[in-house]
Ligand binder design. Structure first.
Ligand code: NDP
Ligand code: MG
Ligand code: MG
Length: 341
């Protein structure tokens, strides 16, 4: 069983006795900052000149400074800008202003694991990674609960890095639910693998192939959309509630039998070999380099792939069908709240 941490294992006064700078006020940033503030922690926000997020943070009564000034004041600097921008923000504005014995805190290990950020001597490097999007981290906290977090220490120069990490995790409400001990390497590699092979890449491709197979065989796209995309939520909700077993318990015997005989036929051992290839590219840094090199070049590959994805016929079909379902939300705000993965 993994190492677990709960509220009783952490001392809130540690983080409450430190000055915390939250850099970035997006999905995670707003949730961490507001939860910490409500836990009695001295928080300031660091944002770029002309940042779109400034107004939102100020509307909550938070102090907003430049990234450099927020860092210079802080004992704990929380880096919550998008992963592809973190290394530049760090090199240009954080490192030159970092206190000698500060702690750098991340919600994902990407930049540390792949060497894009290297902390100076004397500086602790820790992770508190909520297993949910920021709006859920905030909502659970205000409801008196929390979202589970992963905790890791990459560099413990002070000898107290774990205490700081646990205290911070308690401050954002994560230890009400529970913290799981991990490493930057494990968190980063499994997070990238899960989103690429299963949650995002795998699921999207599976849905698109299913839709294409039916439409190419002459079935109506509207019917194919319901069968291959819309109903996925019902299935996933059952899995979340009670594992694959509950999903199989809830569906008809016909569906359950089809699951057993056709699932392994569709997702066969080649798929597992492909997954192992994806994992290898994550572990050896090939994926990280491809992503960051493309981002540094202005993201031409990323943009092209995004546009191609948006052109898939399933999207046009879905836009029309969702108008029939009042309970299905498709507002722009959903897209700006940030990703869960
Ligand atoms: P967001 O994209 O939501 O954060 C954007 C914020 O960063 C905005 O306030 C933005 O300001 C600011 N920002 C962007 N570029 C810069 C810059 N150059 N200088 C200063 N500020 C900048 O990020 P997330 O919250 O999604 O991700 C933050 C971290 O949390 C990442 O490491 C991610 O992997 C991790 N994580 C995210 C989860 C999620 O569900 N989203 C879950 C768990 C971990 P502006 O408004 O001006 O653009
Ligand atoms: Mg991720
Ligand atoms: Mg993830």
């Amino acid at each position: 069983m993994a190492q677990m941490f709960y509220d009783d294992d952490a001392d809130l006064s540690i983080i409450a006795g430190k000055k915390v700078a939250v850099i970035g006020y997006g999905s995670q940033g707003h949730a961490h900052a507001l939860n910490l503030r409500d836990s009695g922690v001295d928080v300031r926000i660091g944002l770029a000149e002309g940042s779109k997020s400034r107004e939102k943070a100020e509307a909550e009564g938070l102090r907003v400074l430049s990234v450099a000034d927020a860092t210079a004041e802080a004992d704990v600097v929380v880096i919550l800008v998008p992963d592809q921008h973190a290394r530049t923000v760090y090199a240009e504005q954080i490192q030159p202003n970092l206190k000698k014995d500060a702690t750098l805190l991340f919600a994902h290990g990407f930049n540390i694991r792949f060497g894009y950020i290297e902390a100076p001597e004397g500086v602790d490097v820790v992770m508190v990674a909520p297993k949910g999007p920021g709006h859920l981290v905030r909502r659970e906290y205000t409801d008196g609960r929390g979202v589970p977090v992963l905790l890791a220490v990459e560099k413990d120069e002070s000898g107290t890095a774990w205490d700081t990490a646990k205290s911070y995790a308690k401050g954002i409400g994560g230890l009400r639910a529970g913290g799981i001990g991990t490493t930057f390497t494990e968190e980063t590699e499994t997070d990238l693998f899960g989103e690429q092979a299963v949650l995002c890449g795998g699921a999207s491709q599976l849905v698109m192939y299913g839709f294409e197979t039916l439409v190419e065989a002459g079935y109506q796209p509207e019917i194919a959309y319901f069968e291959c995309l819309h109903e996925l939520k019902l299935i996933v909700d059952l899995m979340i509630e009670g594992g694959i077993a509950k999903q199989r318990w809830s569906i008809s015997d016909t569906a359950e039998y089809g699951d057993y005989v056709s699932g392994p036929r569709v997702i066969d051992s080649h798929v597992k070999e492909n997954m192992q290839g994806v994992l290898a590219d994550i572990q050896n840094g090939t994926f990280a380099k491809r992503f960051i090199d493309d981002q540094d070049a202005g993201a031409p590959e990323f943009q092209a792939l995004r546009e191609k994805g948006a052109q898939h016929p399933i999207e046009a079909t879905g836009r029309e069908l969702r108008k029939l379902m009042a309970w299905v939300k498709d507002s722009d705000s959903d897209y700006t709240e940030g990703s869960a993965a």
